[in-house]
Design a protein around this ligand. Structure first.
Ligand SMILES: Cc1cc2nc3c(=O)[nH]c(=O)nc-3n(C[C@H](O)[C@H](O)[C@H](O)COP(=O)(O)O)c2cc1C
Length: 242
């Protein structure tokens, strides 16, 4: 993680402050933030963020994505609805398996390591299932972020279009850094397809792929100290002919 760089006024957007970041700094300073301050993010900030991010590439220029950004009352209504369902033990059939049911190595260990690091950090022991569920439930409050974004795909789409959507999401996450904002992409929302579709008027031929929390990082929150790891270059990458 890089230290938070200084904010500047940028000529193109005189009404907003930005960090002047190299792309590499945006990449390295992005991380999944799981507690946000309640500082609002303005409509113009969200519009700018999405307007620039939409220039992501997509195979055949399909631009297969639809986006819904929520704040204020619509966000609260959804969060409250899910909270009520969690309280009363209501569950929905998830939209998809977030992970393969029989995840093999090395992926299984990578998943366990980051999960364990998170729970260690917030002092939830391995055996404390209610404590883990409580943390999971924070997903459904967007971790306190003032803005929640949903990414929606037409169900006819194939694997290639999921990659396109990933590029759009990464644009948003990197550009958010330039605006001093942080994000957390959230597949956890795949657990609530019916509730989300009802609140967002998503027709049956479209699916809500995932959510994303957007806002200002709570720098005091211990959970935001989590630093995930990456495997060494040589384990991940094969270079030939150089
Ligand atoms: C598509 C996608 C969905 C994710 N869903 C969740 C989620 O539901 N809840 C969560 O806390 N983190 C979620 N994450 C964050 C990952 O756990 C995180 O990216 C990973 O552990 C690496 O950490 P970093 O983002 O801080 O670098 C998701 C990430 C991606 C790319």
């Amino acid at each position: 993680m890089l230290d938070e760089p200084q904010l500047y006024k940028v000529e193109a957007y005189p009404y907003r402050e930005e960090y002047l970041l190299r792309v590499s700094e945006a990449i390295k300073s992005r991380k999944s933030v799981r507690q946000f301050t309640n500082a609002p993010v303005s409509e113009s900030q969200v519009r700018d963020l999405l307007e620039v991010s939409k220039w992501a590439p997509s195979g055949g220029n399909l631009q297969p994505w639809k986006i819904q950004a929520l704040t204020g009352a619509p966000l609260k209504a959804l969060v409250d609805d899910v909270a009520d369902k969690l309280m009363t033990g209501v569950e929905e059939t998830p939209e998809y398996n977030v992970y393969p049911p029989e995840l093999t190595e090395p992926y299984r260990t990578r998943r366990r390591v980051v999960g364990q690091a998170l729970y260690d950090l917030i002092g939830v022991p391995r055996s404390d299932t209610p404590g883990k569920l409580k943390q999971l439930a924070k997903n459904f409050e967007f971790f306190g972020a003032p803005v929640g974004i949903f990414f929606i795909l037409d169900r006819q789409m194939e694997i290639g279009q999921y990659a396109d959507l990933g590029m759009l999401m990464q644009n948003i996450m990197l550009l958010a850094r330039e605006m001093g904002l942080h994000t957390c992409p959230q597949e956890a929302w795949a657990r609530w397809p019916e509730t989300i579709s009802k609140h967002l008027d998503v027709p049956e031929n479209e699916m809500v792929f995932c959510g994303m929390a957007l806002g200002y990082m709570d720098g005091e929150a211990i959970i935001n100290q989590l630093q995930s790891e990456r495997d060494d270059f040589d384990q991940l990458i094969t270079m030939r002919g150089f």
